[in-house]
Design a binder for this molecule. Structure first.
Ligand code: NAD
Length: 496
């Protein structure tokens, strides 16, 4: 007899609901390679219900008239609840997307800080009094929420990436409909329940689960959705933005990347090796900021690659729940095929596979969707494995001659999410940071993010910024108010 899968429900208007059609989607455990839970397979009718609940909540006195300080306190309260449930939520994420417990638990313990930070900003949203050139007219601005925000998220770090949107959107006074990835929705559904417990009015935070192709359009084009905040692949992002544009909606996009991690010959080599590993094998390469193009100065290439391969070879693949596992499986069966396809492409393009290059063997890996940490050397910057986002543990090592060559190669790409620079020369670090076409530049470190610091992409990696004080602007609009202090209203046929 087959085991009954655990079912998780959406939160809509404060109620736990199944889909209108009564259908479910299986959610898979990538380590076991089999289904472990189910989430509702929503339809456009479910989207209608969730957006209506969000709009009703937006117009309700419980939310509309709450003071900004009280709104901030709700965010602090939810931060405490997330902290309380961090371990449980992290376990759900690991089961659902296969990333390491150490990584997910670290994220869950850090996530509350976004709610505290943006909770603190809630009562610092200020308009201004504008000194106009009009006599006897008083002009000031109000900074107001947009309305219903659709937050569309990917599978790789579901709660962290959702939080970057949600904390700012709620602090600004919006209501939200969350659409998590069909590949890893479970933690989002458990997470959404905490908002009601924290005291948010019903309908302020809602969820719809399902396939992008089935419910994406209904959500993005819904007349009551004011803004789409999207994180995902650039092709999906482009089509979401086009639809949002047709319907004149605000949109922000956090998209993919193919980031250059650049090692100069004066770099602290052992640190740079660990930085290169962090860039591509942490999270099995499934991060938008993966340093998947390793640019190494030709003079140290052989020594560096030797150390890098030795370090990567020692990485332990295994159960993502185990503390001593370094590399877990990739999240979906489809992603496993994509990564293996790119490894074939790398070989056929003439790159040398210096490590890995296939599915690992080992009884402890069972039926898990594992890919060996893979390093290609002799990669030309115009090869597909150097230009296209693979989103898996596959590194392309590209040699460069000098600073100008490094910059040229680093910037010769459609993406611009992040870059790393390893050097002991501060003038060089500052020059590189100024000229790299990327929204984030790390020097002698990699994968550092904070609620205080803006994050977002240049070029095809996105529009808008998340985190940091300015991020709240993405969820506000400005109203200009004119009050006449004059006696009477003269000539109606001229511009005042
Ligand atoms: P994806 O683009 O396939 O899906 C992202 C989300 O969009 C999912 O919820 C999906 O259901 C939804 N979607 C799909 N079609 C849609 C449509 N027509 N309308 C509306 N929504 C639709 O991305 P993914 O495979 O889940 O995630 C991996 C990608 O996300 C990678 O490219 C990665 O680089 C990117 N990413 C970017 C960041 C960032 O902050 N820049 C962070 C993490 C991941």
């Amino acid at each position: 007899m087959t085991e009954r899968l655990e079912q998780f429900r959406n939160v809509v208007g404060g109620k736990r609901v199944e889909s209108a059609g009564g259908q479910w989607i299986d959610s898979h455990d990538p380590y076991a390679g089999s289904a472990w839970a189910q989430v509702p397979r929503c339809t456009p009718d479910d989207v209608e219900a969730a957006v209506t609940a969000a709009r009703n909540a937006f117009e309700s006195p419980e939310w509309r008239d709450i003071t900004p300080s009280a709104r901030g306190k709700l965010l602090w309260k939810v931060a405490d609840l997330i902290e309380r449930d961090a371990e449980r939520l992290a376990r759900l994420e690991v089961r659902d997307n296969g990333k390491l417990f150490a990584e997910m638990h670290g994220q869950l313990r850090y996530i509350p800080e976004w709610y505290r930070y943006f909770g603190g900003l809630a009562d610092k949203i200020e308009g201004s009094v504008i000194p106009t050139d009009k006599a006897q007219i008083f002009n000031y601005t109000l900074r107001e929420p947009l309305g219903v925000v659709a937050a569309i998220t990917p599978w790789n770090s579901p709660l962290l990436l959702l939080t970057w949107k949600l904390a700012a959107a709620l602090a600004a006074g919006n209501t939200v409909v969350i659409k998590p990835s069909e590949h890893a929705s479970v933690s989002t559904l458990a997470f959404a329940e905490l908002f009601e417990e924290a005291g948010f009015p019903p309908g302020v935070v809602n969820t719809v689960t399902g396939f992008g192709a089935e419910i994406g359009d209904a959500l993005v084009t819904h007349p009551k959705v004011a803004k789409v905040a999207f994180t995902g692949g650039d092709a999906t992002g482009a089509s979401v933005a086009a639809k949002a544009g047709e319907h004149i909606k605000h949109v922000s996009l956090e998209l993919g990347g193919k980031s250059a991690n650049i090692v100069f010959d004066d770099a602290p080599i052992d640190d740079a090796v660990r930085g290169a590993i962090a860039g591509i094998f942490a999270a099995s390469g499934q991060t938008c900021i993966a340093g998947s193009r390793l640019l190494v100065q030709r003079s140290i290439q052989d020594e560096f690659v030797e150390k890098l391969v030795a370090f990567a070879r020692s990485a332990k693949l295994g159960n993502p729940m185990d503390e001593d596992t370094n590399v877990g499986p990739v999240t979906t069966r489809q992603q496993l095929d994509t990564v293996l396809k790119y490894i074939d492409i790398g070989r056929s393009e003439g790159a040398t596979c210096a490590l890995g290059g296939g599915r690992p063997e080992g009884t402890e890996l069972g039926d898990g969707w594992f890919v060996e940490p893979t390093i290609f050397t002799g990669v030309d910057n115009d090869m597909r494995i150097a230009q296209e986002e693979i989103f898996g543990p596959v590194l392309s090592v590209i040699p460069f001659d000098d600073e100008a060559d490094a910059l040229k190669k680093a910037n010769q790409i459609a993406y611009g999410l992040a870059a790393g620079v390893w050097t002991q020369s501060m003038p060089r670090a500052i020059r590189m940071a100024a000229r790299l076409e990327a929204g984030t530049v790390w020097v002698n470190t990699y994968r550092a993010v904070s609620y205080t610091s803006p994050f977002g992409g240049y070029k095809r990696s996105g529009l808008g910024r998340e985190s940091g004080q300015k991020a709240i602007e993405e969820y506000l609009q400005t109203k200009s108010v004119w009050i006449s202090c004059a006696d009477g209203f003269s000539n109606p046929f001229v511009l005042r």
